[in-house]
Ligand binder design. Sequence first.
Ligand code: SF4
Ligand code: SF4
Length: 392
Amino acid sequence: MQYRIDPKTGARISALGYGCMRFTKNGVAVDQAKAERELTAAAEKGVNYFDTAYIYPGIEDALGKWLAQGWRDKVYVATKTPHYLYKDLAAFDACLAQQLRRLRTDYIDYYLIHMLCDVHQWERLQALGIEAWIDRQKAAGVIRHIGFSFHGGTENFMRVLDAYDWEFCYLQYNYLDETSQAGVRGVRYAAEKGVGVIVMEPLRGGRLSRRLPKEALDAFAQVPVRRTPTDWALRWLWNQPEVLSVLSGMNDLSQIEENAATADDAAVGALTEEELALYDRACRAIRKASRIGCTGCGYCMPCPKGVDIPVCFRTYNDRYSDSWYIGMKEYLMCTTLKKTPSNASLCAGCGKCEQHCPQGIAIRRELREVQRQMEGPIYHAARRLLKLVARY
Ligand code: SF4
Ligand code: SF4
């Protein structure tokens, strides 16, 4: 296994991390025996970073049962707290206590504020006294390192990163998101600050492994070396020195085998110029197959009405390329569950953005379509519900 050094803590972390969210389930219950076989296989291949979250049903408990079989002191455990559900520090205490019980441990190596996507969310937590709470948990040895997970655009990411002395962060990153989400600028910014970057969604929910359009597959066939789409996607990440670890949601022994083999073989700067050019061609092919050919460049921004145009288009595309659920979840999370929303229906039709779009996208027309498809009755019901239960 390839290991990388956490720039803040000096820990030696496996380049391949285990995202436990996708354990196989029988109905609602985790298939414990299968999960344990997979966790053990990964650990035996050298994976030493295991990620879960409070809100993943049954996953902390399943991971905890495996950890209790002699693995706890051999691996790093990461989990997340759903800050947006809590109105006081007592709720954070209760969550952490339950997590420790579920994980059958008395400490968490890497603890995350889950989905901290906007600096205003952090300001709310600061007002609750979260910084002193973190200090207390760290002094007690219950939390070893503190970070946050992020979905959203580069500027917001940088603002959240600057708002506290974070030790590590999670962000969605893959070759299709090089200039969207936190993007390469966000990744480099975090690395410059010495904050460990752990990657989520390296395969874009399977889009870059199982569902590549033929033209993208053809692009990767231009070089003599034969690699699977998953291998290509992971290598792109491990080519970059800023990436500390890549979380893969593995739930099959063959996936563990394949991903661990790539992690063994990949290295920083190992991809040739010719190979790197293939990713651009693959991206063009994927975007061509997308409903809206937005590259996420951001030249159309800022919008005077606050619309996050690239995010609206990306999540709309996800709805068709990945699934309705993925698109809608991302749309709600990135444009709506924030103090200052940035959803498509805020567009006032001024046209300023269209003067700057190098792709010549009819942004106003497309935003109307995004609004029509994404902001239906389910969106409004979810928005009302989340306003009742979530705090942001
Ligand atoms: S047309 Fe709409 S999205 Fe574009 S800048 Fe004007 S208000 Fe913003
Ligand atoms: S300028 Fe065009 S391609 Fe770039 S993010 Fe805006 S809409 Fe997308």
